[in-house]
Design a protein around this ligand. Sequence first.
Ligand code: NI
Length: 170
Amino acid sequence: MVYPIVKYPDPILGRRALDVAEFATAELRQLIADMFESMYAANGVGLAAPQIGLGRRIAVIDCSVGEDPAQRLVLINPEIVRREGEEEAEEGCLSVPGFRANVVRAAEVTARAQDVEGAWREISGTGLLARALQHETDHLNGILFLAHLTTLKRDLIKRKVRKLQKTGAW
Ligand code: NI
């Protein structure tokens, strides 16, 4: 099932999501399948559970946008445990559609996360994968990419969103 994507400034996007404690359940497997389906339907490379209105620490990533099954990643209770270097690149978010901005992130990271069975593993990445790991982990901590922008840039986007809200186009 394809879930509608929750948009900024919905309060769930600003809250820390709760840890997942139960693994290998049919419910969790279905939820993850639905998250991939919802992400592909929206042409995203990452989706965090709060973006479908669920405050649980679950995110999915696929930097190939559905082209390569080997790139499908499930991150449950993820944490960034290593950060190296810095890289600035343009970034967007399915919850802030139509707006993109340059964000400085660590160039290389390692995330520690559980899989659907509850097993812990480490995922390292550079480039788009490093960016997605940081962006999605941020989501689970209630942080949007907007928080990494200068106040000036952030306020500009906020103003434009408010204008769209008034016209019913958001
Ligand atoms: Ni996002």
